[in-house]
Design a protein around this ligand. Sequence first.
Ligand SMILES: *[C@@H]1O[C@H](CO)[C@@H](O)[C@H](O)[C@H]1NC(C)=O
Ligand SMILES: *[C@@H]1O[C@H](CO)[C@@H](O)[C@H](O)[C@H]1NC(C)=O
Ligand SMILES: *[C@@H]1O[C@H](CO)[C@@H](O)[C@H](O)[C@H]1NC(C)=O
Ligand SMILES: *[C@@H]1O[C@H](CO)[C@@H](O)[C@H](O)[C@H]1NC(C)=O
Length: 525
Amino acid sequence: MSNSVHTLLVILLMIILIGSYSIACVADEYRRDDFPTDFVFGSGTSAYQVEGAALEDGRTFSIWDTFAHSDPLFRFSDSDISGGCSGANGDVACDGYHKYKEDIQLMADTGLEAFRFSISWSRLIPNGRGPVNLKGLQFYNNFINELISHGIQPHVTLYHLDLPQILEDEYGGWLSKNAVKDYIAYADVCFREFGDRVLHWTTFNDANVFTLGGYDSGYTPPVRCSFPFGIINCTKGDSTYEPYLVAHHLLLAHASAVKMYREKYKQPMQDGFVGINLFAYWFEPYTNTLEDVEATQRANDFYLGWFLNPLVNGDYPDIMKKNAGNRIPSFTKLESDMIKGSFDFFGINHYNTLQIKDSPTSLEMDIRDFGADMAATLIYNGSLITPTELPVAPLGLQKLLNYLKKEYGNPPIYIHENGQVQPRNGTLMDFKRIEYLQAYIGAMLDAIRNGSNTRGYFVWSFLDLFEFLNGYNVGYGLYYVDLDDTNLARYPKLSAQWYTSFLKGNSITKDAIVLNLESKDSSSH
Ligand SMILES: *[C@@H]1O[C@H](CO)[C@@H](O)[C@H](O)[C@H]1NC(C)=O
Ligand SMILES: *[C@@H]1O[C@H](CO)[C@@H](O)[C@H](O)[C@H]1NC(C)=O
Ligand SMILES: *[C@@H]1O[C@H](CO)[C@@H](O)[C@H](O)[C@H]1NC(C)=O
Ligand SMILES: *[C@@H]1O[C@H](CO)[C@@H](O)[C@H](O)[C@H]1NC(C)=O
């Protein structure tokens, strides 16, 4: 399709669209200029989900490679996951390892101001510790240089769920304090090699759900859990205390990396920022009874306070210590002092709002895990595992940002992930994604106007990529990747054009999108 025909088609469809949906949030007309000038808008991916080249140039398996290659029994076989999932893995993914120049050109064309990606630990240091793989080093140097030469800020995640498998095999990964030591050495290499150009570092992506998925319910690697808490019957693990132990080690690794950055790199050389990322639902009480309202507070303490309370106040929330007893480790005074204040920002991945119901009987169980200690039930609207489409509930984001402001001293926040999922079968006219993004960005603006210290927003995801639990069945991308094409060609969805229009300064109302695309079209003739 020629560009102008395509544009006309877009205009036509946008006109049809005007009558067909309504936007739920307050700020439904806004423009880039309504946000602070140092606010950044971007998009993102992660190493295993996009790079491919799984065993090329010296890279070794991470726990995600192992999981994706494992027996399909270890993968979800929910009826709402179609057969394409089994056998899907990141061996090739979007071939981002070879196509990075093309992709960064697309990012620049899209108008991205910042890009969030992760470094594959097992590509940079294939043995988990020790020698640096020069080819891996070269790849990330090239990638970062290419971003910068296109005027795009790199925001780097050090750990996006992908521990080198060799460390899992050697000493049990994050169950061991050895992982803390090896992580710090890996972070040191990254700060030293890339820190002259990278100013935004995230130590761990989804620190809370990595821990719960891998060690409580066992549905993500390293697939550890114990009966009756697992979603599957894991062959190893102990859900009653391993999640608490692993989170403890992640917090120590995070804080040690921040301490090292501050002592060794920050002044006067680099002057960057280091934060940690958490997955954050917004929780609403199922009813307005006192029981459900209190259960909702517990759910916030367990999901967010678990990490945020040590980082802001130096210890786990009281309710967690009370309910988990000696199954939750305690910090020494030195550790507590090191962890408290060890962040420059919090990264938040937010997609949806859940309801919370009190579940007091779980506290009477002889053995308990994180969920039982929380004594609250999460009510999912639709499928947890394969949402076919997320409800548009932008007030959840607004309330979440207000909550973080109020409870945790208004820390700097980056929305690291937010986006809409759709079946991944080639539909470029992704109106539902536009509706979702427009509503959530508007809700974020409302929160900022209400004093939230939010500094950036990244659409998940830039490309349709390997979606961890759903393989290639669904996509969140601004760009569709044609997996049937040996070149894995990328195609812009309507949402990519919508985002570009916003980033170029156009007012984002539904009508204005039409007018702006029209005027762009006529000016090109
Ligand atoms: C797990 O094991 C328990 C007890 O042995 C059994 O009742 C249950 O059906 C098993 N669940 C699955 C998903 O295999
Ligand atoms: C659940 O999702 C549906 C469909 O997206 C939506 O209409 C409904 O309002 C949602 N309900 C709750 C309680 O969030
Ligand atoms: C994509 O899949 C959905 C549901 O599986 C179907 O309703 C839709 O028509 C498909 N679209 C295309 C373009 O194949
Ligand atoms: C603004 O934030 C406060 C908390 O600091 C909250 O109570 C209030 O509801 C928020 N207002 C809006 C419009 O979000």
